[in-house]
Ligand binder design. Structure first.
Ligand code: NAI
Length: 333
């Protein structure tokens, strides 16, 4: 039995977490959920959106499955997601984007892994209002964090037999900050002669991605570009409803969907649980429960194959119906 922290989040978070827990249980995953609340609802009761008990739970269990949490726009508390990544030093955000069988998209040869630096850049949250008409945000890029994420990207490439790492920056404009990130990537690349190394500016990268995504393999990006580009790559394989991610640190890992709390469809039983489910499948592999992970993958693809799917990927099933169909297929596996 593995104890795993479960953060059900808000918006569509509770709906999709319920789905994933049900599916994992039916697949025989041997997990004891340590349920922790965080975010908007918690602020009112506990005075902070991220109480210490949440961080302590993850530190103790070393692994968490997390549904999305809303961040107030333009005001209010700092993102709980960003705070968690920082507090637990989850420095690598891994977002694999590969075509999913039966989900038809414009391209059928996408197989990209986004490796996003997860602890600094403009997400450091250092902002200052100078006067009513001027605001400053400070972009932090350090050598240590840049070397650490570049090494992660190259090690990942070696481990999973990927051919190329492409570093994505705007070093022509942010000459010092992105320049440092690029310089570190170049340094690390020299230690991995077996992996091809490429450099591209982020604007050109976006254009190339929507025209010819199969040219890319592993993308290495600072935090902000990684966030934006990984939504773009999610779009290439069927949208946010199917894009998985993992936040990896030295001691702990949090698995979560790429998408946010989707308040526009909250409470309507419309959300696609696949992104969180596939993140959960990666979590099961990470904690050594590959049998349950394989069962879920098989049942999920059988379900998609039979045409049962949620609206965001061209179907008409509700989240609960899609979930029940996967559970039925697990029983048949
Ligand atoms: P979003 O990712 O929540 O939604 C963007 C669009 O995709 C919406 O139209 C939504 O309905 C759709 N969508 C997202 N997930 C879906 C799913 N599973 N099934 C079907 N459709 C889905 O992005 P948005 O609206 O910009 O952000 C909403 C909130 O989420 C914000 O407060 C933001 O800060 C937060 N957020 C949280 C994240 C996290 O917890 N890791 C990540 C990204 C955003």
């Amino acid at each position: 039995m593995t104890r795993v922290t479960l953060i059900k989040g808000d918006g569509i978070g509770p709906e999709i977490s319920e789905s994933v827990v049900k599916i994992m249980k039916s697949a025989g995953a041997d997990i004891e959920w340590d349920i922790q609340t965080a975010g908007l609802d918690v602020v009112e009761k506990e005075g902070t959106p991220l109480p210490d008990r949440v961080i302590n739970s993850i530190k103790q269990n070393k692994v968490a499955l997390k549904a999305p949490i809303t961040t107030p726009i333009g005001k209010g508390f700092r993102s709980v997601n960003v705070q968690l990544r920082k507090a637990l030093e989850l420095y690598a955000n891994i977002r694999p984007c590969k075509n999913i069988p039966t989900i038809k998209t414009k391209f059928d040869n996408v197989d990209i892994v986004v490796v996003r630096e997860n602890t600094e850049d403009l997400y450091a949250g250092i902002e200052e209002k100078i006067d009513d008409n001027t605001a400053h945000s400070i972009k932090i890029i350090t050598r240590d964090a840049s070397i650490r994420i570049a090494k992660y990207a190259f090690d990942y490439a070696v481990k999973y037999d990927r051919k190329e790492v492409c570093v994505v920056t705007k070093a022509n404009i942010c000459k010092l900050s992105d320049g440092l990130f690029l310089e570190c990537a170049r340094e690390v690349a020299k230690e991995y002669p077996q992996v091809k190394f490429r450099e591209i500016l982020v604007d050109n990268c976006c254009m190339q991605l929507v025209q010819n995504p199969s040219q890319f393999d592993v993308l290495l990006l600072p935090n902000l570009y990684g966030d934006i580009v990984s939504d773009l790559t999610a779009g290439l394989i069927g949208g946010l409803g199917v894009a998985k991610s993992a936040n990896i640190g030295k001691d702990c890992a949090i698995f979560e969907a790429v998408h946010g709390s989707a308040p526009d469809i909250q409470g309507q039983d419309k959300a696609n649980p696949m992104a969180l489910l596939l993140s959960g499948v990666e979590m099961l592999k990470y904690i050594g429960q590959s049998d349950a992970a394989k069962k879920i993958e098989k049942a999920l693809f059988a379900t998609l194959n039979s045409g049962v799917r949620t609206a965001d990927i061209g179907g008409s099933a509700k989240c609960s119906e899609f979930t029940d169909e996967i559970v039925k297929n697990i029983e048949k596996v």
